[in-house]
Ligand binder design. Structure first.
Ligand code: G1P
Length: 917
């Protein structure tokens, strides 16, 4: 392998996540998100490459993929023509400057400085005696704009004279047009110049929606200092670069051309350029001049001066930047960790940002995520809510409630998710997919909500169901359904049917229980969490997710009893059709019989293929709870009895899957040992494995999947086969993405499972490994945060938009710090290891609980290791609390929390003492 250029790591400044990185341009593929809640989404690199868009069909700058970041010509740029031999890009993006990258010693130094949610690149050229500071951010306003301030400073002892030109190529169309009518769509461009810049308003849009009148304008405007207008514009790309020129060597700059347009021009039918020429500037030694560039996307061709009025001066820029910093700081205020490792705590602040980024960007619109069209998946919808419950708790109840509309009566769900809350769209394909894990996540998230809020009544609130032509979990089509029926399940009288949230959850779990393959585990269907296990629809089974459904059922059976006690009710109402699913009450079947299970499920599907009756039955809660518990226990026993592997080396672990030939996926094979991490996570997390078995599984994981080279635990071993009877993932090169990378999401869920079952030291060791790997910039080559996966070469991939961030936050707060809800009460069960306590023997977590600001401080004055301490005393705002322990955990009653003032911070100090003291 070619030796990589050495680079130092990021350094945090203070505790607010701000960091610097030297020579950022010497690493490929680094990018940073700039966004606002209004839907403006940018990506930006240290060379100012990246793109700017509001959705799939409206890109101001040309869409990028991570590879195109290596060819950054199409970037934001700012040029200084210094004299006839020197045109210098303040962004470092010229042919000459690019060639400096490989030099160990160069006349140009570069530093990246970034925070929430802004980026500054400082570049200094000692030979020319010039320094540029370029700051970019997206203001937290109602506008779709990205702002850029360029400050040029004369670092020489003589005067510096230059002619500045801002240069942003304007793509101005749909991402689809990258290949589909790339040139023809430039004929649609109508380019205008005004006092401050260039506007492009295409006449039509050509994309998947057809040919339509366009209503969107793309603008690049700029001012000097406090609002001085530019000299003129080069609004057509081919004129700006000149014959034989390029965006990294543009003729208009190199020759300092003056044939620019003035305001009021219209040019039709070319690729546009936001090139803006300012008057020549002369700076004395030490003097600076600043320029503001405003890149905007607007609906309707309205007043283009509005952006200038809002942002068109250095002072306005600075005040918006302050607003921006304050806004994101406030957003990230709700969760904070403090430990012996300050850098880790700062890194966690970036992890906190990630779920919010995924809410804004979905699974698309950052350079690695070049597949999505903007939509989010069902799984992501629920998993992201986990973190949002910690970060932005107020609106989440509504979000959860709305999401349940997506559930179908057969237990599957809509997979095309609209942009508005609760908007689900019919999948018009005849061959639709059901992901078998989808039904399990809503309960996981709802349970977290119930634990935090104590609002058990939520389970009884009624909600609609989704309906389209898919039925029998996508195995059949309801021919009676058509568009006029609409997307809501109706009853026989034509009324939209509603059932409780509990009913939705029951349908999801009970249908899954009966939907088993030949080995009596739940069928894999279209795939499970591992989207790339997508070719075993006939005989595939997911033991891994059977375990998750099993532990959900167990928790649900307990929750039902709590519901009965708390609300003092004896029964709940469910749809009449569902009665057969609760077989122990109505007509018991043999759970060991795959046929009996499948037949029962078929009968249920037949009852709800088109309309449902609308009739409800009352069901005794004790009996329902018993039924569910019986199913859960059957699953646990079955997995333990049938799915344990013991291989020739004497290692034991769970088989996680069956392939499309009905063969177990894991164990000893001619090509070597086959093992998946997913197969181990859920049996550990959900209690299938007891402590002794967990120890054995950990040993096997360490033997076959642990790999320091990729900073953690791999998703699977190398199967050395393109396993077409399992899924496309096996077509990926080994060590990448879903084929054996260190896939953060599953590894973090593994860590979570270990902590949950009391294996804190083992969990911490892996957590520490992942963090140290990310923090080792030489290896990871990423900005702070957790990437989706670590590649075979150790590089962090698919940054920012990953479900692992939600799980990491949850794991840190609920497991590592052990601060969690327990049906409305606050429960404290620390699992911190000795190394996490700081010099004052303290580790603390700040969170919002029940709307109150709570700071939990653990004091480990005797410096005890996890396993050696217990909770000895607890104070709340300095007052001793009665030491109410439940299995070692301290419980603070909801009644006490409810009395705490909302706007003040409340301090809980937990004193840890020796386990036997
Ligand atoms: C991504 C997807 C997620 C899927 C996973 C494995 O993971 O977003 O839905 O389960 O791949 O195929 P992420 O990194 O977002 O957790």
């Amino acid at each position: 392998m070619v030796e990589k250029i050495k680079n130092s790591s990021w350094n945090f400044i203070g505790k607010s996540g701000e960091f610097t990185l030297e020579n950022p341009h010497k690493t490929s593929g680094l990018y940073f998100p700039l966004a606002n809640e209004n839907g403006m989404m940018s990506s930006i690199t240290p060379l100012l490459a990246g793109d700017i868009k509001i959705n799939q069909n409206a890109f101001l700058m040309e869409p990028v993929s991570v590879r195109s970041l290596n060819f950054p010509a199409n970037s934001r740029n700012f040029w200084l023509y210094i004299d006839k031999d020197v045109a210098w890009s303040a962004a470092g993006n010229s042919s000459d400057q690019m060639s400096l990258s490989f030099k160990e010693q160069s006349e140009e130094s570069v530093q990246l400085h970034a925070g929430f949610l802004w980026q500054k690149v400082i570049r200094e050229n000692t030979k020319l005696g010039v320094r540029s500071e370029i700051t970019n951010f997206v203001p937290v306003s109602k506008h779709n704009v990205e702002l850029m301030k360029i400050t040029i400073t004369n670092t020489n002892s003589e005067n510096l004279r230059f002619t500045p030109t801002a240069a942003v190529p304007i793509y101005g169309r749909s991402a689809d047009n990258i290949r589909d009518h790339r040139h023809v769509t430039s004929l649609l461009q109508r380019i205008y110049t005004d006092e401050y810049g260039v506007r492009v308003t295409p006449t039509l849009t050509f994309d998947e929606r057809g040919h339509r009148i366009n209503t969107i304008s793309y603008t690049v405007q700029a001012v000097e200092g406090d609002g001085i207008t530019p000299e003129g514009f080069f609004p057509v790309e081919e004129d700006f670069i000149g014959e034989g020129g390029s965006l990294q060597y543009p003729e208009a700059v190199i020759k300092n051309l003056t044939n620019y347009c003035k305001e009021g021009e219209e040019i039709d039918g070319y690729d546009a350029m936001g090139a803006i020429r300012f008057k020549e500037c002369e700076l004395k030694p030490g003097e600076s001049s600043s320029y503001i560039v405003i890149m905007g996307i607007r609906e309707n061709n309205s007043d283009s001066e509005e952006f200038i009025k809002s942002y068109g001066s250095v002072a306005k820029f600075e005040s918006e930047l302050d607003n921006n910093k304050e806004y994101w700081e406030r957003k990230l205020y709700n969760l904070n960790f403090s430990s012996s490792n300050e850098a880790f705590d700062s890194w966690m602040k970036w992890v906190e940002l990630q779920p919010i980024m995924r809410r804004i960007y979905g699974c698309s619109f950052l350079p690695h995520h070049d597949y999505g069209r903007g939509g989010r998946g069902w799984r992501d919808l629920w998993q992201d809510c986990l973190a949002l419950l910690l970060l932005e708790p107020a609106p989440v109840r509504e979000l959860l409630y709305n999401n349940f509309i997506g559930v179908r009566f057969d237990g599957s769900n809509a997979t095309i998710i609209g942009t508005k809350p609760g908007e689900f769209i019919a999948d018009r394909n005849n061959i639709s997919r059901t992901w078998m894990d989808h039904g399990a996540w809503p309960f996981v998230t709802t349970k977290l909500y119930l634990d935090l809020s104590g609002e058990l009544e939520f389970l009884l609130v009624e909600q609609e169901y989704f309906k389209d032509k898919q039925c029998f979990r996508s195995k059949a089509v309801d021919h009676e359904w058509n568009d006029s029926y609409g997307n809501k399940q109706k009853d026989h009288s034509g009324k939209i049917y509603k059932g409780s949230i509990l009913e939705h959850i029951l349908i999801q779990h009970l249908t899954a229980f009966y939907n088993v393959g030949m080995h009596n585990n739940m069928r894999l269907e279209g795939a499970d969490w591992n989207d790339a296990f997508d070719m075993a629809d006939e005989k595939g089974e997911s033991v891994a997710f059977t375990a998750l459904y099993g532990s959900n059922l167990l928790e649900l059976s307990e929750l039902l009893l709590k519901l009965k006690d708390k609300l003092e009710i004896e029964s709940v109402e469910i749809a009449k059709e569902m009665s057969i699913l609760i077989d122990t009450i109505y007509d018991s079947i043999d759970y060991n019989s795959v046929d009996e299970k499948n037949n029962l499920l078929r009968k249920y599907f037949e009852l709800c293929t088109h309309d449902v009756s609308g009739e409800k039955i009352k069901i005794d809660i004790d009996k329902l709870s018993f039924d569910i518990k019986k199913k859960a226990e059957w699953i646990m026993d079955h997995i333990k009895a049938k799915e344990l592997i013991k291989n020739s080396e004497g290692f034991e672990w769970f088989n996680g899957y069956y392939d499309n030939d009905g063969k177990a996926l894991e164990g000893d094979f001619e090509t070597g040992t086959r093992m998946t991490l997913t197969g181990q996570v859920f049996p550990i997390m959900g209690g299938v494995a007891d402590k002794e078995l967990i120890e054995k599984v950990i040993k096997s994981v360490n033997r076959y999947l642990k790999d320091p080279k990729v900073g953690g635990i791999r998703l699977n071993t190398d199967f050395k086969e393109v396993k077409l009877n399992m899924g496309r993932g096996f077509g990926f090169a080994y060590g990448h993405k879903e084929n054996g990378a260190m896939f953060s999401h599953m590894t973090i869920m593994y860590i979570n499972a270990l902590y949950k079952r009391g294996f804190a030291k083992e969990g911490f060791e892996i957590l520490d490994m992942i963090y140290n790997h990310c923090n080792d910039f030489e290896k990871s080559r990423i900005l702070p945060g957790i990437p989706e996966y670590i590649s075979e070469r150790g590089r962090g991939m698919y940054n920012y938009l990953t479900g692992s961030a939600s799980w990491l936050l949850l794991t840190m707060l609920n497991e590592v710090y052990g601060v969690k809800g327990f049906l409305g009460d606050l429960m404290l069960e620390p699992k911190l290891v000795k190394a996490q306590f700081d010099g004052n023997s303290t580790a603390s977590a700040f969170t919002i609980f029940d709307g109150r600001k709570i700071n939990v401080e653990y004091k480990n004055e005797s410096q005890l290791e996890y396993g050696e301490y217990r909770i000895g005393a607890v104070t709340l705002n300095g007052e001793n609390l009665e030491l109410k322990l439940n299995d070692g955990s301290f419980i603070l009653d909801k009644n006490i929390i409810d009395k705490l003032l909302i706007n003040e911070e409340h301090k809980i100090v937990v004193y840890l003492v020796g386990i036997n003291s």
